[in-house]
Every structure is written in C-alpha cells, then in structure tokens.
Write a protein that binds this ligand. Structure first.
Ligand SMILES: [Zn+2]
Length: 110
C-alpha cells in the first residue's frame, strides 16, 4: 500500500491521522465495513472526529465521546447500544493489537 509523504488527512478536521489507532477507516476495515480494494482511496477520519460511530468504543485507552442529538447512544435502545458497543469495542481492541504487533493489512481481520 502506497502511503504518500503527507499521510492521510482527516476529512473532518483536516489534520493528519498519525496513528492507526486513531483511524476511523482502519477500525471500519477491521469490522468488515470497508472493502480492501477501496481502503487506499477511501476518505480517512480520526475516530474522535466521527463520534456517532466512536461513542460505542468502551475502552480505557479511548476517551469516551458524547454525541448530542438523535444519535446520542443514551437516547437509543439499550440492547442495540450494548450490541454495538460489543462489536465496535472488539474491533478497537483488535486495532490496538494490530498497531502493537504491526500486523499487515491482509491479516488484520483475523
Ligand atoms: Zn480529525
């Protein structure tokens, strides 16, 4: 995968996404929501810049986010929220592992 010198810029805040552990794109990739074919052209975001998604990460390494309005998880069905939290937090743990062990993209989803 080619990575240009500037790295990937977050489409929300415009700053570089320095670490894979802050990447919304890679977390969604690990969760099977992004095709490998489009990984290199898909737009990148910080997890913290996508709070409607990242609010479901429940992990000591991730500062919890709150969403105001209709997508606030505190307003949503608790059962739905619990399932989302389980899935997305599991993906986040995998993301930390991938970063720590420098697991290649092709093996990230295992
Ligand atoms: Zn950002």
């Amino acid at each position: 995968m080619a990575k240009c010198d500037e790295g990937y810029l977050c489409e929300v805040c415009g700053h570089e996404v320095d670490e894979i552990v802050e990447s919304d794109l890679y977390l969604r990739f690990i969760l099977g929501l992004v095709d490998p074919e489009i990984l290199h052209i898909a737009s990148e975001r910080h997890l913290k810049c996508n709070p409607t998604f990242a609010q479901y990460i429940v992990h000591p390494k991730f500062p919890s986010l709150q969403v105001e309005g209709d997508f606030d998880k505190r307003q949503l069905d608790p059962e739905f929220v619990a399932t989302r939290e389980q899935e997305i937090t599991a993906g986040y743990r995998r993301l930390l592992e991938v970063a720590e062990k420098q697991i290649p993209i092709t093996e990230m989803r295992e």
